[in-house]
Design a binder for this molecule. Structure first.
Ligand code: HGY
Ligand code: MN
Ligand code: MN
Length: 410
């Protein structure tokens, strides 16, 4: 157990990046200053370990530990992401990247050498917090989103992904599928803080992923009539707030009825004056369920509630799918190998299904993928209160190192 090692200088060096000193929340959006600092941190972590670092055509970061003879075999890759939701926690994403470097340190301490290339990856724009499309870096890599569609994605200020890439010194014309890179990968393992309390309830420090629920994001646009809040008769109003409210209530009810999850956590009301009726409201629905039929029923109920309420209020409504991720069941073979390896190390990790999306869930379409979860005592994530105890983080590094030793070392 490398327990004491979790207060790793590596982890400590990343902690301040993008952290709001007042709320403690993290703002690590793609192609911003905080993102650049994360990229510098990754490059230093690789250089300090003598790993060959590279940035691929989609802005994903890679660091390679290769055998002395070059190791012509397919690689084992581990990692996660460094970007955050606005006001996110410190562990979602970074725990997997720091643990990957820490596991390599541990393998080296044990005198092990890679028998095949061993890669650490940090995927770009996993949260889709700036450009609205989840797991953008990994979805571009596997060809799950068309390059032209991705280039045209815009942020809240109307800046396109293409312009942001160019401004950061990249070539937006290069983004797209990377089959050659994927063909060189034998397996991808992502370690991630659990975004839930299953491991805490089970009293287990580490778990493995069974499946990820299908999930997606839909944008609802509502256009009404701006007017004076203090003089406009109710009968004369075309207030987009009402269909917005109908959507929020419908989301909760539909999720309850379908035993799924539906959230409207982002809304933009224009012009946002206290004493004026809104001219427009845009709202984003995040919906997830254990199967696509349930998900479809939840989403159609919410969109119908918004449209019907809008029609009754003389408000124009439209909706748009921003991103959709099909459900994924992780490779039984790889999961069995992880479980057998961990069993030999004295751990029998619970198998957890999750509603949280991950790059491993996207990569699974192209290469055998698996996930290790680390206990999150409160279950809170996508919030500053997100936390994992140091000894559980160390248990995660131990588990990852045992798996990498089994799959990639001699
Ligand atoms: O939204 C998610 O499920 C993940 O945290 N990106
Ligand atoms: Mn997340
Ligand atoms: Mn994540």
């Amino acid at each position: 157990m490398n327990g004491g090692r979790w207060e790793l200088p590596l982890w400590q060096a990343l902690l301040p990046v993008g952290r709001d000193p007042v709320t403690g929340g993290y703002h690590r959006l793609s192609f911003t200053e905080a993102d650049a600092a994360c990229r510098d941190w990754f490059a230093r972590a690789a250089a300090d370990r003598g790993l060959r670092a590279e940035t691929d055509r989609n802005g994903n970061l890679w660091a390679w530990w290769t055998p002395r003879d070059g190791g012509g075999e397919q690689a084992i890759v581990t990692g996660s992401h460094l970007d955050s939701v606005p006001g996110g926690g410190p562990y979602d994403g970074p725990l997997g990247v720091v643990s990957a470097f820490a596991a390599i340190d541990l393998l080296r301490d044990r005198g092990l050498e890679p028998a095949r290339p061993l890669g650490v990856v940090a995927f770009a724009e996993e949260e889709g917090a700036r450009f609205g499309s989840a797991c953008l870096g990994s979805r571009l890599t596997v060809g799950a989103i068309a390059p032209q569609e991705a280039r045209a994605l815009t942020d809240a200020d109307g800046v396109t992904l293409a312009a942001a890439i160019a401004e950061a010194g990249g070539d937006p014309g290069m983004i797209g599928p990377d089959p050659e890179r994927l063909a060189r990968i034998e397996a991808f393992i992502e370690l991630h803080i659990e975004q839930g309390r299953a491991l805490a309830r089970l009293g287990a420090p580490v778990g493995v992923a069974g499946a990820i629920w299908p999930h997606g994001r839909w944008r609802i646009d509502l256009a009404g009539q701006a007017d004076h809040a203090g003089t406009t008769r109710l009968a004369d109003r075309r207030d987009p707030m009402l269909p917005f409210a109908a959507a929020v209530v419908a989301a909760r009810q539909a999720a309850q009825d379908e035993d799924g999850l539906a959230t409207i956590g982002k809304v933009v009301a224009q012009p946002g004056a206290v004493n004026a009726i809104c001219s427009s409201v845009s709202a984003w629905l995040d919906a997830r369920a254990r199967d696509e039929a349930r998900l479809e029923r939840i989403v159609s109920r919410v969109l119908r509630a918004a449209a019907e309420s809008a029609a009754s209020q003389g408000v124009q409504s439209s909706e748009r799918l921003d991103s959709f991720t099909p459900g994924v069941r992780f490779s039984d073979g790889l999961r069995a190998r992880l479980a057998a390896t961990l069993a030999r190390a004295g751990t029998v990790p619970p198998v957890l299904d999750t509603g949280a999306g991950h790059d491993a869930g996207v990569l699974a379409a192209a290469v055998p993928a698996a996930m290790l979860f680390v206990r999150n005592p409160s279950g809170i994530s996508h919030a500053p209160a997100e936390h994992a105890d140091p000894q559980d983080c160390a248990a995660g590094v131990d588990a990852l190192a045992a798996v990498l030793a089994e799959l990639a070392c001699r």
